[in-house]
Design a protein around this ligand. Structure first.
Ligand code: 3PG
Length: 211
């Protein structure tokens, strides 16, 4: 596994964040780091997302900052230019796969069916985002999917609808490399700069080593 995947596996939990104001990005990264989670996936769902990634990458090189919600090759290239160190998409298209391979960065495309997972593996990706996790059958669906695909070395990063009270059900699955979610640093907490609350939620989640 590459360094980014090793770090995600070691942390076990990846905060997925939506940042409205890039000037809060470094403080957010610091709040997560103080809670023992020096990694985050910044979703490209706000105009500030790329500047937020750039700010964290420049000011906090020890924080593993990734980019999520990459829907096409153009978004992926912008995320790479901003300094993202891992790349996440809810799905996979041929052009997105080509751009990801060209970037040389770890890429986690989305897959929730056997055919989608097989297509991703065929394209050279074996860490897959299982999204939307809860709505797609949750832990039972991941375990069932992992059974025939385990031999291909596939690992899943479930996100979507996972909260503190369902986290452990996902972490118990050996094929899960890490679990992602917005509940750790939710948009309201980021916007109100509730760094202590974010640090506390991060701290409650550490010791989930899944490597
Ligand atoms: C994602 O992009 O990974 C999801 O939107 C996270 O879903 P959540 O808000 O239910 O955690």
């Amino acid at each position: 596994m590459n360094d980014a995947f090793l770090t995600l596996a070691k942390l076990g939990v990846v905060p997925v964040v939506e940042i409205a104001d890039a000037s809060t990005a470094v403080a957010l990264a610091d709040a997560l780091t103080a809670g023992g989670l020096p990694a985050l996936e910044v979703t490209l769902r706000t105009p500030a997302a790329l500047d937020a990634i750039r700010a964290i990458a420049e000011a906090r090189p020890d924080v593993l900052v990734g980019a999520g919600t990459l829907l096409d090759a153009g978004m992926l290239d912008q995320a790479v230019a901003a300094g993202a160190r891992f790349l996440v998409s809810p799905g996979l298209t041929p052009s997105l796969g080509d751009a990801a391979r060209a970037s040389g960065l770890p890429f986690i495309p989305g897959a929730v069916t056997a055919s989608e997972a097989m297509a991703a593996i065929d394209a050279g990706f074996n860490v897959l985002k299982f999204f939307p996790a809860a709505a797609s059958g949750g832990p039972a669906a991941i375990s069932a999917l992992a059974a025939p695909l385990g031999g291909a070395g596939v690992r899943f990063m479930p996100t979507g609808g996972i909260r503190a009270n369902t986290l452990q059900d996902y972490l118990d699955i050996p094929a899960v490399i890490a679990v992602g979610g917005t509940w750790i640093a939710d948009t309201a907490s980021i916007n109100s700069q509730d760094w202590d609350g974010i640090t506390a939620r991060a701290r409650a989640l550490t010791n989930n080593d899944h490597s």
